[in-house]
Design a protein. Structure first.
Length: 536
C-alpha cells in the first residue's frame, strides 16, 4: 500500500511529460473522468471541487483540519477529497461497512469537523455517535443498482446540507491552493485499534523520490487510461485514482467490482492500467471461458496488484491469460511501497514480491533480533528514507513499538533468497504454532487453491489441548460433489507434509468477505475460540 504525506501543489514535481506552466491548474488534468454513471472532465471537476472548497471554508475548515468521508465509489468522493486538499485539509475515508462504534471512534480520534455521507448510510449516523456537521450526498442510481438498494432515499436523519445544493449555490473558491495532503487513511496496523497515519511534510528530495517511485510502481503517465474497480476508502486504490485524476488521459472508477463488467469496461474505454487485489483475480478466473474470451483486452498494458499474498498458481493463471503485464508491489500504509515485481520476476521465481525499490532496505530478523540468512523465515523489517517520517495520530507510542533502529516492523513473516528477492510466508499474527512448530496458513491456502473443485479458502488455528493449536480450513467449493473433506485431504497428501493438512475442513458456499472480496478470517476463527480462555 501507498502512504499519506503532505506537499505544496505549486511545487509538486510531476513526471516531465505532465509538467505545465500553471501547476495548480494542471493538477487535475484527466481529459475524462467516469465514476459509476457520471461522466465529467478534469476542468469540470475542478470547478465543482472549488465550489465545495468554498462551502468548506465558510464552515470554518482550515489547513490541517480533517473531513470524514462515509462514501462508496462516487464522483462526490473525488470532489470532496480534492476540495479538502485545496484547503490544505485531510480527507479521512472511512470503510462504510464500519459499525456505529467503529465510525464514532474514527470520527472522534481524527477530530473531524465535517462528515460527508451517502444518504442510504444516514441511518448509521445519530447525535449519539457524531457531533459535527454532516453533508448528505444522495446515493446515485449506479450505486443503488450495484448494491441492490431501495430506490427511496431515507428521510430525516442528521444532516446540515445537501451535496447538490452546495455545488449549485456556492461560488468557486478563489484563493490559491495551500498544502495538498493526501488522504489520512486509518489502518489497523499490526496491533490494537485503527490508527490514522499522520505523515510529516516531505523535503523536496523526498518529493522527487516519491514521484519517481509512484511512476515506477503505478506506471501511470499522461497517456494512461486507468481503471479502478476497488473501494476508494482503501489506501492503494485511493492514491491510484488520485494520481490518474491528476495526470492520466482517462480515469474510470467502478461503483462496485464485478468481474465481467470489469472486462467490458476495459474493452469499452481501451483501458491500459488497472489496479486489483488477489481476491479479484479469483473472481476473474472463475468466469466461464466464453466470458473471459468475449472481450477485447488488447489495450491492457499494466495490471498492478497488492493488498495481500497471491497464491502462485492463481497469479500464474492470470499471467498465462493476460500475458506478462502483471506487476506487484509490497508495502504498507506506514512504509509505502518497498518492493516491486514484474511478471518476468514472478515467472522466474514463483511467489516472490520482488526486490526492494531504489533507496529501500529490507531485512529479516529472528525473534531475538538476529539477522536471518538467505532462505530463513523471520519478521520483515524495512527502511524507506525516501518517504517522510510518520506518526500514528494520537498514538505516538504505537509508532515507537514498530521501530528497530532505522527499520520499521511490517508484521509480516517471510524470507529473502540468495539473489535478494523477497518472499512472504504470512502475517505474524496469523502464524500458527502447533506442538512448537511454526505453520504458515498462506502456504496451505496456496496448496488448497490448486485442488480441483476448490474456489477459495481460509486456513486458521483452532484450540487444541495437546498441541496448543490445530489447523482448520473453511473451503468454498466450485462444485460440492467435487470438494468434500475427504477428497481435499487426499489431494493435499501429495502436496503438504502431514502436519500441515488441516485437521478440520468445513465446506461453505458463502465465505464472509469485505468489499474488496478479501475473506474476513476472524469471523470464521472466533467461534472456535469462544469457549476457551485464550486466543492463541
Amino acid at each position: 500500500m501507498d502512504v499519506i504525506f503532505a506537499r505544496t501543489c505549486s511545487n509538486w514535481p510531476m513526471h516531465a511529460a505532465t509538467m505545465e506552466s500553471d501547476a495548480t491548474s494542471a493538477f487535475y488534468s484527466a481529459k475524462e473522468i467516469i465514476v459509476g454513471d457520471v461522466w465529467t472532465t478534469g476542468p469540470a471537476m475542478r470547478a465543482n471541487y472549488l465550489r465545495v472548497a468554498s462551502a468548506m471554508a465558510r464552515l470554518g475548515i482550515q489547513q490541517g483540519d480533517r473531513i470524514a468521508l462515509l462514501l462508496r465509489n462516487d464522483i462526490a468522493f473525488l470532489e470532496a477529497t480534492f476540495a479538502a486538499q485545496h484547503l490544505g485539509a485531510y480527507a479521512v475515508p472511512i470503510n462504510w461497512h464500519s459499525t456505529a462504534d467503529e465510525l464514532k471512534f474514527i470520527i472522534t480520534d481524527s477530530k473531524a469537523k465535517l462528515l460527508i455521507c451517502h444518504s442510504d448510510l444516514l441511518p448509521r449516523i445519530s447525535n449519539k455517535n457524531v457531533n459535527l456537521a454532516v453533508w448528505t450526498v444522495v446515493t446515485p442510481p449506479a450505486i443503488r443498482e450495484a448494491y441492490h438498494l431501495d430506490e427511496a432515499s431515507p428521510s430525516g436523519g442528521v444532516f446540515d446540507a445537501n451535496w447538490a445544493d452546495i455545488k449549485r449555490s456556492s461560488a468557486g473558491y478563489t484563493r490559491a491552493a495551500l498544502s495538498c495532503p493526501d488522504s489520512l487513511i486509518y489502518t489497523s496496523g499490526t496491533t490494537g485499534k485503527p490508527k490514522g497515519v499522520w505523515r510529516e511534510a516531505p523535503s523536496m528530495e523526498q518529493l522527487r523520490s516519491t514521484e519517481e517511485m509512484r511512476l515506477r510502481v503505478t506506471g501511470i503517465d499522461r497517456e494512461s487510461r486507468v481503471l479502478v474497480p476497488a473501494p476508494l476508502y482503501h489506501t492503494a486504490p485511493n492514491l491510484f485514482a488520485a494520481r490518474a485524476a491528476r495526470i492520466a488521459t482517462v480515469l474510470v472508477v467502478m461503483a462496485r467490482f464485478d468481474p465481467e463488467q470489469m472486462l467490458e469496461t476495459i474493452e469499452k474505454h481501451a483501458i491500459t492500467h488497472v489496479y486489483l487485489v488477489p481476491t479479484m483475480f479469483m473472481r476473474l478466473l472463475g468466469l466461464p471461458k466464453e466470458i473471459r474470451t468475449k472481450y477485447d483486452l488488447s489495450s491492457l498494458e499494466f495490471l498492478l496488484h497488492a493488498g495481500g499474498p497471491c497464491a502462485p498458481q492463481v497469479k500464474a493463471e492470470i499471467i498465462d491469460w493476460l500475458g506478462p503485464k502483471v506487476y506487484e508491489y509490497y508495502g504498507s500504509t506506514e512504509s509505502g511501497p518497498v518492493t516491486f515485481s514484474t511478471s518476468d520476476d514472478f515467472t522466474r521465481k514463483p511467489g516472490t514480491v520482488g526486490k526492494p525499490l531504489e533507496g529501500v532496505e529490507v531485512c529479516v530478523l529472528g525473534e531475538l533480533g538476529d539477522l536471518m540468512s538467505a532462505g530463513e523465515v523471520g519478521e520483515i523489517f524495512v527502511a524507506n528514507p525516501g518517504y517522510p517520517d510518520f506518526t500514528y495520530l494520537n498514538q505516538p507510542e504505537a509508532r515507537a513499538e514498530l521501530q528497530r533502529g532505522k527499520f520499521l516492523a511490517t508484521g509480516d513473516l517471510g524470507y529473502v533468497d540468495n539473489e535478494g528477492y523477497l518472499f512472504l510466508c504470512d502475517r505474524k499474527r496469523d502464524l500458527i504454532i502447533s506442538g512448537g512448530v511454526n505453520i504458515y496458513p498462506a502456504e496451505i491456502e496456496a496448496a488448497l487453491i490448486s485442488v480441483p473443485g476448490v474456489a477459495d479458502c481460509a486456513v486458521f488455528g483452532i484450540p487444541d489441548t495437546e498441541f496448543g493449536e490445530a489447523l482448520a480450513a473453511v473451503v468454498q467449493p466450485k462444485d460440492e460433489a467435487a470438494a468434500t473433506p475427504g477428497l481435499i485431504r487426499r489431494a493435499l497428501a501429495g502436496k503438504l507434509a502431514s502436519f500441515k493438512i488441516p485437521r478440520v475442513i468445513k465446506i461453505s458456499n458463502d465465505l464472509p468477505r469485505d468489499e474488496s472480496g478479501k475473506i474476513k478470517k476472524r469471523l470464521l476463527r472466533d467461534p472456535f475460540w469462544a469457549s476457551v480462555n485464550r486466543r492463541i
